[in-house]
Ligand binder design. Structure first.
Ligand code: B1M
Length: 209
């Protein structure tokens, strides 16, 4: 049966076809488009975020759940005026210079988007100058850097310092990645550290509250 609750379950199970079918059925039955998104699709993804954080779900399952959610949102989107979908904030994400790892960063982006954030992903191997230029262009509330190598994590400090030199100290800087710790984040002058994608959402919420 097509209900908002069952739609959430389809997302949690990562059933893309059923999520699309149920989203369309709910629209046809007259459900409120924003409820379909917030109480159905995003609510399901929030459960996935918590389960991933607790080690009850793994990367491939999160990816497929995110695909189900975003395909459902694509069906509902045309029914919603842009202004009806408020953004929780804008986050610019990138992997630091010399580092090609992007699976974790992408997951952080997915979780943030699922939670209503506008995400600008500038990609991998980004120098401090690239981050700073992108911040000037996109004016995010938060800038997030990911690093997976002990050699590349040192570029986080350079980027934060360059941001300050360029008068961008008002933009919150957050960091994450397997070798990163809270101590390291403090050391490089970051405004926050998140150990996983769901915590990154909590961190952004806290920084912007
Ligand atoms: Co690489 N690699 N790798 N690798 N690789 C590691 C990181 C490594 C630990 C493997 C090992 O030796 N055991 C090791 C680093 C050692 C070190 O620095 N101490 C390593 C190495 C050495 C290398 C190369 C140098 C290997 C070589 O060529 N000799 C090379 C470097 C290339 C480069 O970057 N210049 C290399 C290459 C690669 C691949 C290209 C083959 C591939 C990356 C593919 C891709 O990303 N598209 C790869 C992979 C897959 C890994 C491992 C196996 C898995 C990384 C991953 O995706 N994890 C990794 C070993 C491991 O971690 N077990 C390894 C899953 C992902 C969901 O977790 O990225 O930690 P993670 O993200 C988490 C959190 O950290 C956090 O949230 C995410 C979700 O929970 N998080 C954030 C991440 N970013 C965040 C940002 C935030 C907040 C939270 O705010 C902004």
């Amino acid at each position: 049966m097509a209900t908002i609750e069952n739609l959430s379950k389809c997302v949690i199970r990562g059933n893309v076809a059923k999520t699309k079918k149920m989203t369309q059925a709910l629209i046809d039955e007259g459900a409120v488009p924003l409820d379909i998104i917030n109480k159905g699709l995003i609510a399901g993804m929030n459960v996935v975020g918590v389960r991933f954080k607790n080690g009850e779900m793994f990367v491939p399952e999160v990816m497929v759940a995110a695909k189900a959610m975003s395909q459902g949102i694509e069906i509902v989107k045309p029914l919603i005026a842009e202004t009806d979908m408020p953004s929780a904030g804008k986050v610019l994400l990138g992997t630091v210079k010399g580092d090609l790892h992007d699976i974790g960063k992408n997951l952080v982006g997915i979780m943030l988007e699922s939670s209503g954030y506008t995400v600008i992903d500038i990609g991998i191997d980004k120098s401090p100058e690239s981050f700073v230029n992108a911040i000037k262009e996109h004016q995010p509330h938060i800038m997030g850097m990911s690093a997976l190598l002990t050699t590349t994590m040192l570029h986080m400090k350079d980027t934060i310092e360059l941001m300050k030199e360029e008068g961008l100290g008002h933009v919150k800087a957050i960091v994450g990645g397997a070798p990163i710790s809270q101590d390291f984040a403090d050391e490089v002058g970051a405004d926050g550290f998140a150990p996983d994608a769901a915590s990154a959402v909590d961190l952004c919420n806290a920084l912007l509250s």
